[in-house]
Design a protein around this ligand. Structure first.
Ligand code: KIV
Ligand code: NA
Length: 277
């Protein structure tokens, strides 16, 4: 597989070619995605929940992100890698946003950064793009600031809020993002956004009328057990398979069925007595 570039996002959209992106937070999962047909990995701050067991993405730090992005870049050399910017790492000033993006990019060699926010973040995004950073936007349900709209809820459900989302999408495009994630909005609203901007829309819980579908790998493979949002389809049931495998190991350990000579080092060795000859 040939690694996508920033320019391929627009190319795929213009050619009407759909694509997909998934998350990974570690070397092994990244290497599995790299071997699959999926072309893009997001090392999302969702790792706060999926990897670190927090209830939200808010506590995730830049150091956490770097710690997880590095092994993913190593494990998926043929896959486009997005590094997420965590809460508090870009909302102080344009300078802070540029410095955080510089650090994430230099220390991990990921292919772009992603941050949350609409028209309010447009000046920051403009400054980052002018500084030579590849920026992906993220609007709709933005988990880092979800407390301001009462939790993880569908956005754009009223004509006014739908209009605002379209304005946000346009502001991001004008600010220079090369693509944007749209999360948890009614399908018709995502479609309207899609029609009003030229850059690709990457939908998660945003219905079928977008350029790309995004899901968290641990969600789509049925690994994460805490909850399942409506928009998540289980394409496999890996959690159950893992529990089955663990139980089998446990059972064979107790029964002595494991390990057989096949899984043991069988060289005959004469062991000298500890009491001497
Ligand atoms: O952190 C994440 O996994 C994300 C996706 C939901 C787009 O931002
Ligand atoms: Na995220």
């Amino acid at each position: 597989k040939k690694k996508m570039t920033v320019l391929d996002f627009q190319k795929y959209k213009d050619e009407g070619r759909k694509f997909s992106f998934v998350t990974a937070y570690d070397y092994t999962t990244a290497s599995i995605v790299n071997e699959s047909d999926c072309e893009i990995i997001l090392v999302g701050d969702s790792l706060g929940m999926i990897m670190l067991g927090y209830n939200t993405t808010v506590p995730v730090t830049v150091d956490d992100m770097i710690h997880h992005i590095r092994p993913v870049v190593k494990g998926a050399p043929d896959t486009f890698i997005i590094g997420d910017m965590p809460f508090g790492s870009y909302n102080v000033s344009k300078e802070q946003a540029i410095e955080t993006a510089n650090r994430i990019t230099k220390e991990t060699l990921c292919d772009c950064v992603k941050l949350e926010g609409g028209a309010n973040m447009a000046p920051t995004i403009r400054a980052m793009v002018d500084a030579g950073i590849n920026v992906m936007g993220h609007i709709g349900m933005t988990p880092q600031t979800a407390t301001s709209f009462g939790g993880f809820k569908v956005q754009g459900g009223t004509p006014e809020s739908a209009r605002k989302l379209i304005e946000d999408a346009k502001a991001l495009e004008a600010a220079g993002v090369f693509a944007m994630v749209v999360e948890c909005v009614p399908s018709v609203v995502a479609k309207a956004m899609q029609e009003e901007v030229h850059v690709p829309i990457l939908g998660i819980g945003a219905g079928p009328y977008v350029d790309c579908q995004v899901l968290v790998t641990q969600d789509l493979l049925g690994m994460y057990g805490d909850f399942k949002p409506k928009f998540v389809k289980h394409f496999a049931n890996i959690r159950a398979e893992m529990i089955k495998g663990l139980n089998l190991f446990h059972e064979e350990t107790l029964s002595g069925a494991f390990p057989t000579p096949e899984y043991s080092f069988n060289k005959a060795v004469e062991i000298p007595s500890v009491y001497g000859p």
